[in-house]
Design a protein. Structure first.
Length: 498
């Protein structure tokens, strides 16, 4: 196969347009949240954000499997009629999950809140049930609209959700309503608005797709036909989601809800850049990796993507390690200083996470799902063990530090596995990494000296921002492979050294 012609296949431009639509919605939503964060952080306390984080941990874990993963099959059938049956099946699973959630909260709710050291949140238990229903419904409708290529609509609704949440939180905060319940309620409010709008639009356009002979027998036959989705996807999905929520839950259990809030807000802000670039890079990389595999250039694709991600993340993570605390104090206020310390501790972990996460589709392309499941299991167990050790020793910073070290080891090993499985040359990746740090380390040393000389948090933060601006301007100006993550080795303009 001629490598140079792979990227010219029909549909490439449409894929890029679809990615651009989704990415634009993600970008606008994240920017809105980022710009509003300094004000919202001053209106609400770490304890309030901790309550929101714990609510998200419980409801989010259930919501992600509320459809029993049947929603993943909606895009597969050739006929819309069959996909509509899967939509109905998924919605029934959402209703069933909602009922089960409420029953679990009735019988075990007190134990759950006591276990995570947050009895004050018991009054919000019913909102968990509501959120499972709303989020599960959104997931089903999102899958249907993805099938119908309504990416513009999904992008607009993503922005609508963020605007509704942000505006209502600011309004409530100004009026003096600053509890965790308010953060939870406004978050659910924004999600509900978008879900209702999406449901109405979908019904108007696609209600005739639902087969007239819809019956429980037909639904049962489809559940058997696509039984592999709940059988093989629920476990790995749960491990992935629980791993993400685990730090907030354990910090609350061992220390306080406020500690969970400091982690939650800090982690959310730190991951904005990864969500903006990493998640959309992952989406764009998936098909390109598949094409590169067919062309026999998957190793080159992985090498180039890794080097590109290293360039994007090395200097920002170094700067974060130096100015995390003054940055959070300056942007969010003095009471978020500890969250800034957490960010400094997590900076190296963030670097390894950022460069490895977008490449998880490589194992999917190579049909190594079993290996992915083992990795998710290891990731979960390492987080559980390190946070528990720090908690038992009564030191929150130690818990975060151990978490970071374990993450660096696990994600580093994950990168090594991807390099080996894809046939990439580790030496090329190391060379690109070294070239990046030759530039990044001197800049970081200058910022370290500036912070040592000046007590004010503003001066090192502004200086770091200036360095980052110059760095990325030069990267965009000189890096001819700035678009390489999109092409992923499918064109002849591919280089791992730039």
């Amino acid at each position: 196969m001629d490598v140079a012609t792979v990227s010219d296949r029909p549909g490439r431009q449409s894929l890029l347009r679809d990615v651009a639509k989704l990415a634009s919605g993600t970008a606008v939503a994240q920017v809105v949240g980022l710009l509003a964060a300094p004000l919202i952080a001053r209106l609400f306390s770490p304890a309030a954000f901790g309550g929101l984080a714990l609510f998200a941990a419980i409801s989010g874990t259930i919501s992600v499997i509320a459809c029993w993963r049947y929603e993943l099959a909606i895009v597969i059938p050739e006929k819309d009629r069959d996909a509509a049956v899967l939509v109905c099946l998924s919605l029934i699973m959402v209703l069933l999950s909602t009922v089960i959630t409420q029953l679990l909260l009735v019988f075990f709710g007190d134990r759950i809140w006591a276990l995570i050291n947050a009895p004050a949140l018991k009054a919000n238990s019913w909102l968990i049930t509501v959120n499972v229903f709303v989020t599960g419904t959104w997931v089903v409708l999102h899958a249907w609209n993805t099938r119908k290529r309504q990416f513009g609509r999904l992008s607009v609704l993503r922005v609508t959700t963020r605007l509704a949440i942000t505006a209502s939180q600011i309004l409530c905060g100004i009026l003096g309503f600053v509890s965790a319940t308010v953060l939870i309620g406004t978050t659910l409010f924004g999600a509900s608005i978008s879900t209702v709008i999406l449901a109405i639009a979908s019904w108007r356009e696609s209600s005739k797709k639902v087969p007239a002979d819809l019956s429980f027998y037909l639904l049962f036959s489809f559940s058997k036909r696509y039984h592999r989705f709940p059988k093989y996807n629920i476990g790995s999905t749960l491990l992935n989601v629980v791993s993400g929520h685990l730090p907030a839950v354990l910090l609350s259990s061992f220390f306080s809800v406020a500690a969970a809030g400091e982690w939650a807000l800090g982690n959310r802000l730190l991951r904005v850049r990864g969500i903006l670039i990493g998640s959309n890079s992952e989406y764009a990389f998936f098909r390109r990796a598949a094409e590169a595999k067919l062309a026999g250039t998957l190793g080159l694709a992985v090498e180039g993507a890794l080097v590109h991600l290293i360039r994007l993340s090395a200097l920002p993570c170094l700067m974060l390690a130096l100015i995390g605390k003054p940055l959070f104090v300056l942007a969010l206020g003095e009471r978020w200083a500890e969250a800034g310390v957490y960010s400094q501790i997590l900076s190296c972990w963030l670097f390894v996470w950022f460069i490895s996460s977008p490449l998880n589709t490589v194992l999917t392309v190579l049909e190594e799902q079993a290996l992915e499941l083992r990795y998710q299991t290891l990731n979960f167990l390492s987080r559980l063990a390190t946070l528990a050790v720090g908690g038992l020793l009564g030191n929150a910073r130690l818990a975060v530090a151990l978490f970071a070290v374990a993450g660096i080891v696990v994600y580093g090993a994950y990168c090594r596995i991807i390099i080996r499985k894809s046939g990439a040359m580790a030496a090329n990746v190391v060379k690109g990494c070294a070239q990046t740090f030759v530039v990044a380390i001197p800049a970081a040393l200058v910022i370290a000296l500036i912070r040592y000389w000046f007590a004010s948090p503003a001066i090192p933060v502004v200086s770091a921002a200036a360095f980052l601006g110059l760095y990325f301007f030069n990267l965009i100006r000189t890096d001819l492979d700035a678009g390489q993550l999109t092409d992923c080795g499918t064109t002849k303009h591919w280089s791992t050294t730039g």
